[in-house]
Design a protein around this ligand. Structure first.
Ligand code: GRF
Length: 212
């Protein structure tokens, strides 16, 4: 399986995927890392791992459609089987998503369907939730609304802050994202007609990872 990872920032999830591949826990190969920001640290991580990079800045395109088309062409050129969004901070057009539907994963720092969008840790603290976590899901046109594949949960402690939650949730992400990617690479996880399948059975609810 040929994997492209789309990033905008630090790329710690990209690093987890690279490490998983190097440690033989991810059989798919990361062929390219695409960033919409030239200064994303994720690009350095890719270079350090000898992975091809591409910078496609949304600012160079007049609209979302033409930006997405440029990304689409890059993914085709890399002959990608799986697209992994890892901190990619642009909203994708329905056309682009449709072309990669069932082959595109995202990780989100909340227990979806709760807290779609940004500032999830702050919103969890504001609400006083006792549980928080992260979700890997298939990407569909509606933001953070594609079918959830796997989740990992933490308990929110009395002393947790935005920073501590971000750190704790990141740790979970680095564990579950390579695992879900590997399920996809082995065919254990698939998508057909708008439905996720796990071990050839329709996935009824997200797979829960034990609390870390
Ligand atoms: C992660 O928290 C992920 O859930 C969200 O963006 C963040 C990316 O972090 N989609 P990193 O760039 O992988 O360190």
């Amino acid at each position: 399986m040929r994997i492209a990872v789309l990033v905008s920032g630090n790329g710690s999830n990209l690093q987890a995927l690279i490490d998983a591949h190097n440690g033989k826990q991810l059989s798919g190969q990361i062929i390219g890392v695409l960033s919409n920001k030239a200064d994303a640290y994720a690009l350095q991580r890719a270079k350090d791992a000898d992975i091809a990079t591409a910078v496609i800045s949304h600012k160079d395109y007049p609209n979302r459609e033409s930006f997405d088309e440029a990304m689409h062409q890059q993914l085709l050129a890399w002959q990608v089987d799986l697209v992994i969004l890892a901190g990619f901070m642009r909203i994708l057009t329905p056309d682009f998503v449709l072309q990669w539907q069932g082959k595109m994963l995202n990780i989100h720092p909340s227990l979806l369907p709760f807290y779609k969008g940004v500032n999830t840790h702050q919103r969890v603290l504001n609400t006083g939730d006792r549980l928080h976590g992260c979700t890997v899901h298939f990407v569909t046109a509606e933001l953070d609304a594609g079918q959830s594949i796997a989740q990992s949960v933490i308990q929110v402690g009395l002393h947790d802050t935005v920073e501590s939650l971000a750190q704790r949730v990141h740790k979970l992400e680095h564990f579950i994202y390579p695992q879900v990617a590997q399920w996809f690479c082995t065919g254990q996880l698939s998508w057909k007609n708008g439905q996720a399948y796990f071990n050839q059975q329709p996935l009824q609810r997200p797979i829960q990872f034990a609390q870390l």
